[in-house]
Ligand binder design. Structure first.
Ligand SMILES: Cc1cc2nc3c(=O)[nH]c(=O)nc-3n(C[C@H](O)[C@H](O)[C@H](O)COP(=O)(O)OP(=O)(O)OC[C@H]3O[C@@H](n4cnc5c(N)ncnc54)[C@H](O)[C@@H]3O)c2cc1C
Length: 402
């Protein structure tokens, strides 16, 4: 257990319990789920029964209403499994798609969608990205046109994690043209819950380099009639909800990366101490030892950055800059660490079946998903360079995607 002022003995006990659960329920089958390209229903149910899918959600919605550091523990442990697809699938469901339902959903949406999702009876996806627009939300073109008591949805979403298995999608749509009253191209956006089995919804699996168990898909919506009461919050306020939700998304991505790096460092250390060459073990050679020293030092710095951002978030602030820094630093460090780990494991690491190869592939996704590193640098740069803090620029981040 890492000693830290942020964690209590209760967190330590929760970490132990969570690690035991993941060791028993996840690790024996995780590689098979990677090959199959998705998680089984039974696993979602187990996560739900343990309360893991609703740690942060309010009790009134069926969640555990635990403090943020309980989620930090859960996400670190989930990351520590070393399976990026698993951690993406679970976090998109528990901290991204369902977050919007908890934050702004009507009692009906909470009852019909959030409750079953937190119990693991249904699976949620978040569908924002389109073939023509990702980082730049102003380019989103999927529309939801009001027709009586329905919205008619037309458009295509891509890179939808959980897309192959989700029962419902939280979809970013245009319910009205941009009025220009906010950041360019963002004022007409809304969030809508769309059942994946509605007529007109077509899901096509999209194999990816890593995160293979995340069930990534492209989803086409062709004249899909969605009851109007599936709107999350106010119409045309989607950008506002996204800007708030995306801070949590970045923090979650950073925390998962922390856990993933703990695992990567453990695996590398194990290999170095076992592998014999030139009459000793690799760990006794100075070059690998120094490489490990650098990575362990950077990981310790990353941990403080993430925990501090989480602490600020817990205080009720919206620490855009700190969340961006945490996401940027951890996900890029995870790539460097995965690269070093593979190099240090030689040809063993390069085998397609090796953990080092999977870590390498998985790490690569995280500097793009939940907002590319360049967008994080834009946000941090604006915040650092702005001369008048009261201007607000950089705090909510323009129209760029996180
Ligand atoms: C594994 C994975 C899972 C994902 N899961 C989901 C999901 O569940 N739901 C969902 O909606 N989306 C998901 N995404 C999509 C993700 O959010 C987008 O990939 C991301 O927002 C970037 O959009 P884009 O890929 O269209 O890249 P673009 O917006 O086309 O950008 C391309 C590249 O341009 C550069 N760039 C972008 N902005 C700037 C800038 N301001 N300055 C300089 N350079 C810039 C970056 O290098 C970026 O990678 C996922 C992506 C990945 C890789």
């Amino acid at each position: 257990m890492v000693r830290s002022p942020y964690f209590t003995p209760d967190h330590a006990a929760f970490r132990e319990r969570t690690r035991e659960f993941l060791t028993a329920e996840v690790m024996p089958s995780a590689a098979a789920w990677e090959r199959e390209g998705g998680l089984p229903r039974s696993l979602w149910k187990s996560f739900g029964e343990q309360g893991y899918l609703g740690l942060l959600h309010p009790r009134s919605a069926g969640g555990g209403e635990r403090d943020l550091f309980t989620s930090v523990v859960f996400l670190e442990e989930l990351g520590r499994t070393g399976f990026g697809g698993l951690r993406a699938a679970v976090s998109v469901h528990a901290y991204m798609a369902t977050h919007y339902l908890a934050a702004a959903g009507t009692p009906g949406l909470r009852r019909d969608y959030l409750g079953p999702a937190l119990r693991g009876e249904s699976v949620a996806a978040l569908a924002i990205t389109e073939p023509g627009a990702g980082a730049d939300l102003s380019g989103l073109t999927t529309t939801a046109e009001r027709d009586g008591d329905c919205f008619v949805v037309r458009g295509v979403k891509t890179m939808v994690s959980n897309g192959t298995v989700a029962d419902f999608h939280v979809v970013a749509v245009r319910t009205s043209p941009d009025t220009g009253s906010g950041p360019h191209g963002t004022t007409g956006l809304s969030l809508l819950v769309v059942d994946s089995d509605l007529p007109g919804v077509t899901t096509t699996p999209t194999p990816t380099l890593g995160w293979c168990a995340a069930g990534t898909a492209t989803v086409a919506y062709e004249d899909v009639h969605v009851p109007a009461d599936r709107l999350i919050g106010r119409a045309s306020s989607g950008f506002y909800y996204l800007m708030r939700g995306l801070q949590l998304e970045r923090l979650v991505a950073a925390t998962l990366a922390l856990g993933g790096m703990e695992r990567c460092l453990d695996d590398t250390r194990h290999y170095l101490t076992e592998r014999r060459l030139f009459g000793s073990t690799l760990s006794e050679l100075q070059a690998p030892a120094h490489r490990i020293a650098d990575l362990a030092t950077e990981l310790a710095a990353a941990r403080q950055l993430v925990h501090h951002a989480a602490w600020l978030y817990e205080q009720g602030e919206l620490p855009t800059t700190e969340c961006s820094m945490a996401k940027l630093y951890t996900t890029e460090l995870a790539c460097r660490m995965a690269d070093a780990s593979l190099q240090l494991q030689g040809a063993h690491g390069y085998l397609d079946s090796s953990g080092a190869a999977r870590t390498y592939r998985d790490a690569r996704a995280a500097t793009i998903a939940a907002g590319p590193s360049e967008v994080m640098r834009d946000l941090i740069g604006h915040a650092v360079l702005r001369t008048r803090p009261s201007s607000g620029a950089g705090r909510t981040g323009g129209q760029e995607r996180a």
